[in-house]
Design a protein around this ligand. Structure first.
Ligand SMILES: Cc1cc2nc3c(=O)[nH]c(=O)nc-3n(C[C@H](O)[C@H](O)[C@H](O)COP(=O)(O)O)c2cc1C
Length: 209
C-alpha cells in the first residue's frame, strides 16, 4: 500500500479511546510498510463543505446520465476535491466512535459528500457498479456499551452494518472491523482490557496489509 487515508470521526484527540487503538494499527503499519504515506482527515474537527442546493441539483444531473454545466461544475469543486483525495488513497482506515447507535454526523456528512454517481458508483444494465476497486478498509470503532454478537444489544448496532453497506455499494467489500467495547458501561478495568484486546487485533490486521 502506498497511501492510506485515515478518516477520523472523533473530536476527542488524545482522550479518544478509538484513536488509542488506531495508533497501534498505524505503528504496526509503518513498521511493516515504512514507505506508506498516511493522509489524515479529521471530519470532526476540520470543516467539511455542506451540500448546497446547487450541489444537489448537480447530483441529479449526474444520476440522469448527463454532464454538469459550467455553473454546476463550479459548485461541485469542493466535492471533487474530496473525491480526488479519497480516490488517491489505495487503502483506508476509519476511526470512529459509535454515536446514538450509528456513526457520528460529521462522518455521515463526509459520506454524503463523496458517494457520488459517475465518481464512486454508476448504474449499468446489470445494476449498480461500485467504482472503487481493489482497496482494503479497516474500521476501528469504540462504543460505550457492548454490541458484540453475544450481547442482547447486538441489534442496536447500526454502525457496522451501515458502513459495510455504504462502502460495499461503491466497491469496497474487503472491510475489517475492530470494535473496542464496552468502553463506558463496565468501568475502567474492562475498558483498559478491551482497548488492549482491540490494539492486538489492530496490529494483526495492519500486518496483513
Ligand atoms: C454524542 C455521543 C453519543 C453516543 N452514543 C452512544 C451509543 O449510542 N452507544 C454507545 O454504546 N455509546 C455511545 N457513546 C459513547 C461512545 O461511543 C464511547 O464513549 C466511545 O468510546 C467514544 O470514543 P472516543 O473516545 O474515540 O471519542 C456516545 C458518545 C457521544 C459523545
Amino acid at each position: 500500500m502506498k497511501k492510506l487515508l485515515h478518516i477520523i470521526a472523533t473530536p476527542r484527540g488524545d482522550d479518544s479511546r478509538t484513536l488509542k487503538v488506531s495508533q497501534a494499527f498505524l505503528e504496526a503499519l509503518s513498521k511493516k510498510n515504512p514507505d506508506c504515506k498516511i493522509d489524515e482527515l479529521n471530519v470532526a474537527t476540520d470543516t467539511l463543505p455542506s451540500l448546497t442546493l446547487k450541489m444537489i441539483d448537480g447530483k441529479y444531473v449526474l444520476l440522469g446520465g448527463k454532464e454538469l454545466n459550467e455553473k454546476q461544475k463550479e459548485a461541485w469543486n469542493p466535492i471533487e476535491r474530496h473525491i480526488e483525495r479519497f480516490l488517491s488513497a489505495d487503502g483506508y482506515l476509519i476511526s470512529t466512535p459509535m454515536w446514538n447507535f450509528g456513526i457520528p454526523y460529521p462522518l455521515k456528512q463526509y459520506i454524503d459528500l463523496i458517494i457520488q454517481p459517475k465518481y464512486l458508483f454508476r448504474y449499468t444494465e446489470k445494476g449498480v457498479e461500485g467504482l472503487v476497486k481493489n482497496r482494503k478498509m479497516t474500521v476501528i470503532t469504540s462504543r460505550g456499551g457492548d454490541y458484540s454478537p453475544e450481547s442482547p444489544f447486538r441489534a442496536y448496532d447500526f454502525e457496522e452494518p451501515y458502513l459495510r453497506a455504504i462502502f460495499g455499494f461503491v466497491g469496497i467489500t474487503d472491510i475489517t472491523f475492530i470494535n473496542a467495547q464496552p468502553m463506558d458501561a463496565m468501568g475502567p478495568e474492562i475498558q483498559n482490557e478491551k482497548i488492549e484486546e482491540a490494539k492486538g487485533l489492530a496490529r494483526k490486521t495492519a500486518d496483513t496489509l
